[in-house]
Design a protein around this ligand. Structure first.
Ligand code: ADP
Length: 326
C-alpha cells in the first residue's frame, strides 16, 4: 500500500523512491496504490487544479508501468472508510508526538498562515490509509520513515486496547536502503511543489532537462587523485547512477579519481541519459491523460477493489471496538 499526493507534477524522486517499487511489487503482492487527494488538502486547500492533478498523477502512475488490472489503483477520497478509521485512530494519537513530527515542523515553516489540524494529524490519516488494507509493506522514500514508525505505534496502540487487528507495516524498498533523490541545487530533496528549477519532472521536455542539468553547480575539479567528492558532485554521480549505464559511471568515476574529469562532459552525458529515461514516460503519460473515459474506468475499478478490502477491515475494527449494538 502506498500513495502519492496530487499536488503537482511527478518527479524523479517520486519515481525512484516510490513508483519503481510499485511496478515491481505488482508482480509479487496484492497491491493498493492511491492518489492521495485528501492529503493534498492539508497544504493545498484550493481545489481548482485538483481534478487535473489527479488525472495527471494517475496517468503518470500508469505510464511508469502500473497496471490497473493487476493492482487497485484508486483515489483516496473514493474510499469513505478511510475517514472513519482516521477518526478512530485520532483518539489514539497524542498532540505531543504529532507536534514533534519532522514533516509537520517543515510544513509549519513553509505555510505559517495555514497550520490546520489536518496538517498536524497527517501521519494519522496516512496510518489509516495503510491499516485500512492491513498492509505489511509500504514502498516509500526515505522522507517517510518517521511516518511509518508512527503508523506502527498507532497500530500497536489499537491492538493493545481493542484486540489484535492490525499487522505492523514496514517501509519498503527493493534496494538495501530507502532512497532520497537530492534536488539539483543540493539543498534538500526533489519535490513536487517546492524548488521547481532544481527538480526533474517526468513531464519536463528534452530542452528543459538539458537546461536544468547543465545549470547544476560544479567546480574546477579535483586537484589530488582519489579525493573525497563534495556534496554537489556526489549528487551528480548519484543522479547518474539512477539513469546511466554502469560503464558510463565507471568511466566518470575513474576520470574523477585521476583528476581528468570534465564536468561539462559529465553533465551533457547525464542530460542525454536523463532524456532517454524521461521522454518515453512523458509521451505515454500525455496519451493516457487525454483519454478521460479510460481514466474514469480505472478510478471506478480501483475504488471498487479498495472498498472491498476497506469494508472487510472496518467490519473487524468496529467489532473489536465494541461498536456493534445489534
Ligand atoms: P512530494 O514530497 O514530492 O510532494 P509525496 O509527498 O506525494 O511527494 O510523496 C510521494 C512518494 O514519493 C513518497 O513515497 C515519498 O517518499 C516519495 N518521494 C518524494 N520525494 C522524494 C525524493 N526526493 N526522493 C525519494 N523519494 C521521494
Amino acid at each position: 500500500m502506498s500513495g502519492i499526493r496530487p499536488t503537482g507534477f511527478l518527479h524523479l524522486g517520486n519515481y525512484f523512491g516510490a513508483l519503481r517499487n510499485y511496478v515491481r511489487m505488482q508482480e509479487e503482492y496484492e497491491c493498493y496504490f492511491m492518489v492521495a487527494d485528501l492529503h493534498s488538502l492539508t497544504t493545498h486547500p484550493d481545489t481548482k487544479e485538483l481534478k487535473d492533478n489527479v488525472h495527471r498523477v494517475l496517468s503518470e502512475n500508469i505510464a511508469c508501468g502500473l497496471d490497473p488490472d493487476k493492482v487497485a489503483l484508486f483515489c483516496q477520497s473514493h474510499v469513505y472508510e478511510t475517514s472513519e478509521l482516521y477518526l478512530y485512530l485520532n483518539m489514539l494519537a497524542y498532540k505531543g508526538e504529532l507536534e514533534k513530527t519532522v514533516t509537520f515542523k517543515d510544513k509549519v515553516r513553509q505555510h505559517p498562515d495555514n497550520v490546520n489540524a489536518g496538517l498536524l494529524t497527517y501521519p494519522v490519516l496516512q496510518a489509516a490509509d495503510i491499516l485500512l488494507h492491513r498492509a505489511l509493506l509500504v514502498p516509500v522514500g526515505k522522507d517517510q520513515e518517521q511516518h511509518l514508525e508512527m503508523a506502527r505505534n498507532f497500530a500497536n496502540r489499537f491492538n493493545h486496547r481493542y484486540g489484535d487487528i492490525f499487522p505492523e507495516p514496514q517501509a519498503f524498498n527493493y534496494g538495501s536502503e530507502l532512497i532520497k533523490v537530492p534536488s539539483l541545487d543540493g539543498g534538500g530533496k526533489m519535490s513536487k511543489s517546492e524548488n521547481q528549477n532544481a527538480t526533474l519532472y517526468l513531464s519536463d521536455d528534452d530542452d528543459l532537462i538539458h537546461k536544468k542539468i547543465m545549470k547544476t553547480k560544479t567546480d574546477a575539479g579535483p586537484t589530488a587523485p582519489n579525493s573525497p567528492k563534495p556534496d554537489y558532485i556526489e549528487n551528480i554521480f548519484l543522479l547518474m547512477k539512477l539513469v546511466s549505464s554502469e560503464e558510463v559511471i565507471k568511466n566518470f568515476e575513474q576520470a574523477y579519481n585521476d583528476c581528468t574529469i570534465r564536468y561539462g562532459d559529465m553533465k551533457k552525458q547525464l542530460a542525454e541519459d536523463m532524456v532517454s529515461f524521461i521522454a518515453p514516460i512523458r509521451a505515454k503519460a500525455e496519451a493516457i491523460r487525454a483519454d478521460k473515459t479510460y481514466l474514469k474506468e480505472v478510478m471506478e475499478k480501483g475504488a471498487e477493489k479498495a472498498r472491498q478490502s476497506a469494508r472487510a477491515t472496518m467490519g473487524k475494527v468496529r467489532e473489536a471496538m465494541g461498536l456493534n449494538y445489534y
